[in-house]
Design a protein around this ligand. Structure first.
Ligand SMILES: Nc1nc2c(ncn2[C@@H]2O[C@H](COP(=O)(O)OP(=O)(O)O)[C@@H](O)[C@H]2O)c(=O)[nH]1
Ligand SMILES: [Mg+2]
Length: 444
């Protein structure tokens, strides 16, 4: 997949999602429109046409056929299906499968500067924290200071290092190191050299190390900031020694993350880990959904889902029951109006998320909030019977309530009209439509 797809893909997807999130109801028409937007965006972003059509078709089929789970709105469902399908493009969840009952051996591949040694230290720490006995092997015989660098990294997590500074044959060090730790460790990570200028010799050495050590897995370390080069680099390594998994480093910096897609596409291997900083703990197991979210500048999937969910007005189930049976009280109504305030906080969160800042119209929000304040003061000036049985509010009561709340009679009547409208609608509508209706009643 070409990397230049990322910018336009990000923009296009954000626009499509924004449109969907901003629409009142997500019916079949809205879904179809979303699918068309999706297809267009994918194709314009140079995603292979067949792949784009397949993804769009899968999203559409799943959205139209799968029933959203209880409590999941249509919007949640569409967005989460989209994320899942985009994550599938990345090959789904990967990960090292280690068998604790034996000595697992992992060889690190990658060019100099990609972050192999750093990642070796990070992995050693990652797994020793999870109860593995880890040993690392310093098989980089070319870079001065490589052994010291690895020892420093390893010592901070109490990991043993095998090194042999007199030995210049890195294949031999790798083999000896493996033998040295065999039986006493659950995991041995072999750090290798990565001379820059002699790529052929480097690949040859990788081939020899892998041939001699016969590791359980090879991990290719790719610098996420190198953009287009990722693909060819990954391919070259893959041809020298089959890549089992990928680690994309430096995703904390300027990297757009295209490296992960490219390396994955070139090798067919999955991304297992990502490096997100220079510190030893800056290693994350790769989660495609989170990555897709990050790629799109939308935060992680869960945060997104929570926000989409929050932007739906929640409804108190008991109050809903009462309303459906036609027994709507002013307190129920007020409780629903209070939910409007949530729009305010959602708006604040959304503003920080690229692509969502236009999702909720600020004027509408303000109007809705003002209205809730007005209604609240009016309702608070009602007596208990007036609240539970608003039908009894005649014009002299309207006058009294207006005086008591410091609001105009017109505003009191407006609230009563809204109450009536709500009550009759409540009897005739159900479920999600009902929720939409309440939202409209408060937000218009
Ligand atoms: N910001 C950032 N820097 C990294 C990351 N991984 C490695 N580096 C830095 O990249 C440089 C090269 O790393 P090194 O492990 O020596 O690469 P090697 O030559 O492949 O062994 C060092 O300065 C590391 O601190 C990462 O995930 N984020
Ligand atoms: Mg190194």
């Amino acid at each position: 997949m070409p990397i230049r797809m990322l910018d336009s893909l990000r923009e296009g997807l954000q626009a499509a999602v924004r449109k969907l999130v901003g629409s009142m109801t997500v019916d079949e028409k809205a879904v179809k429109e979303f699918i068309r937007d999706l297809q267009r965006t994918l194709i314009q972003s140079d995603v292979n046409v067949k792949m784009a059509l397949e993804v769009a078709e899968r999203v559409e089929r799943r959205v139209l056929e799968e029933k959203p789970a209880a409590g999941v709105t249509r919007k949640d469902q569409v967005v989460s299906v989209l994320y899942e399908e985009l994550a599938r493009l990345l090959g789904g969840e990967g990960g090292l499968h280690l068998d604790k009952s034996k000595t697992n051996v992992v060889v690190m591949l990658g060019i100099q500067g990609s972050g192999k040694t750093t990642t070796t230290g990070k992995l050693a720490r990652f797994y020793s924290k999870r109860g593995f006995k880890v040993g690392v092997v310093a098989a980089d015989t070319f870079r001065p200071g490589a052994v010291v660098q690895l020892k420093t990294l390893a010592s901070s997590s109490g990991v043993d290092v095998y090194s042999d500074e007199k030995q210049k044959d890195s294949v031999k060090i790798a083999k000896d190191g493996r033998k040295y730790f065999e039986g006493s460790k659950n995991l041995v990570v072999i750090d290798t050299a990565g001379r820059h200028k002699e790529e052929k010799a480097l690949l040859q050495e990788m081939r020899e190390v892998v041939g001699a050590v016969r590791p359980d897995a090879t991990l290719l370390v790719i610098d996420g900031t190198i953009g287009q080069q990722c693909y060819n680099q990954a391919l070259a390594f893959h041809q020298a020694a089959p890549v089992g998994g990928i680690v994309v480093t430096k995703l904390d910096g300027a990297a757009k993350g295209g490296g992960a897609l490219a390396a994955s596409a070139a090798t067919g291997a999955k991304v297992f880990f990502i490096g997100t900083g220079e510190r030893i703990d800056d290693l994350e197991e790769f989660a495609p959904t989170r990555f897709v979210g990050r790629l799109l500048g939308m935060g992680d999937l869960k945060a997104l889902m929570d926000m989409v969910r929050m932007s739906e007005v929640e409804i108190d189930e008991k109050a809903a029951q009462r309303m459906m049976s036609g027994k709507l009280t002013m307190d129920d109504l007020l409780a629903q109006f209070e939910q409007m305030k949530k729009f305010g906080s959602v708006k604040k969160v959304l503003e920080h998320i690229p692509g969502f800042s236009g999702a909720v119209n600020p004027q509408e929000l303000e109007k809705a909030e003002d209205r809730v304040r007005v209604y609240k003061s009016i309702i608070q000036s009602m007596t208990g019977t007036e609240k539970t049985d608003p039908e009894r509010i005649n014009s002299s009561r309207v006058k009294r309530i207006a005086r008591g709340s410091g609001r105009s009679e017109k505003e009191v009547r407006e609230l009563l009209a809204r109450y009536k409208q709500m009550k009759s609608l409540a009897k005739s509508s159900r479920g999600r439509e009902f929720r939409q209706m309440i939202r409209r009643a408060g937000a218009q």
